[in-house]
Design a protein around this ligand. Structure first.
Ligand SMILES: C[S@@+](CC[C@H](N)C(=O)[O-])C[C@H]1O[C@@H](n2cnc3c(N)ncnc32)[C@H](O)[C@@H]1O
Length: 252
């Protein structure tokens, strides 16, 4: 059974594409003729030229909107596609879930003719800049230390490429890990936590002391005083990164 068959049951309640992040991803896809989305989940950020979604969890596939590209139940490590099948392959917030990263990236390179676009995060930046894991939930930072893929390693496996910071808007629509950086009460909501794998997989018992402290600090106004500067910002960079790798003869 795929992990997201349990983890993803309520995914689309809190995880919907954010239009500003969508614009950045679509710009990175450029003039791609056809796109395969690997680790596609419920289809967030898929551009209209998506021809296939690859996703291991039936629960996630069942949350894809009507009219979305066809989905095949499969894993990145063994893509059911021929070599050079698609102009561009994208993999968004998924590589940290793969059981064999090297095999998965090899498959992306085998299937993509021209470009690979990966959305991930730099754990060194994330654990230092994101107040929730730095100051309240260090066990979550430790958990992510084990599964996060270092950006340099990922770029090496991809065969090089560029990285772009992905700033998180204060009202981010897509409820991923740091989406609620300026809406701290959200992390006290079990439904929000269920949509964030680093929180869901760490588990409520381990989170309880930190979340109780957060609830206290919000009640007493300590959080608002301590993080007053954050409340003045519209976006922050906490380490989300878009990696863009060009392949083939035109990639210098
Ligand atoms: C956080 S969700 C991201 C989904 C989607 N890309 C998005 O941005 O909303 C991670 C997804 O990766 C999928 N996944 C886990 N292991 C995988 C694997 N080995 N190959 C492909 N996808 C995988 C999960 O089932 C889940 O749908």
């Amino acid at each position: 059974m795929a992990t997201y068959d349990t983890l993803g049951a309520t995914y689309t309640r809190t995880r919907r594409p954010d239009p500003r992040i969508a614009a950045q991803i679509h710009a990175a896809l450029g003039d791609a003729q056809d796109v395969v989305n690997v680790g596609a989940g419920a289809g967030s950020y898929e551009p209209p030229q998506t021809v296939l979604a690859v996703e291991p969890s039936q629960v996630m596939i069942s949350q894809r909107p009507a009219g979305a590209a066809p989905a095949v139940q499969a894993v990145a490590e063994n893509l059911p596609l021929r070599d050079n099948a698609a102009d561009t392959v994208m993999a968004l917030l998924t590589v940290h879930h793969w059981t064999d990263l090297n095999a998965g990236i090899r498959e992306l390179r085998r299937v993509a003719r021209r470009r690979i676009v990966v959305l991930t995060w730099d754990q060194r930046v994330f654990r230092e800049r994101f107040w929730l894991v730095r100051d309240y939930l260090p066990e979550v930072a430790s958990y992510d230390d084990l599964r996060a893929v270092p950006v340099d390693q990922l770029l090496d496996l991809l065969g090089g490429g560029r990285q772009e910071p992905v700033p998180v808007p204060h009202d981010c629509v897509d409820g991923f890990g740091a989406a609620y950086w300026r809406r701290p009460d959200a992390y006290l909501d079990p439904q929000v936590r269920a949509g964030v794998s680093m929180l869901a997989q760490t588990g409520d018992d381990a989170l309880a002391p930190g979340l109780n402290r957060l609830a206290d600090d919000l009640r007493t106004g300590r959080w608002q005083t301590r993080y007053a500067e954050l409340l003045t910002l519209g976006t922050i960079d906490v380490g989300y990164r878009l990696l863009v790798t060009d392949l083939g003869p035109s990639a210098a």
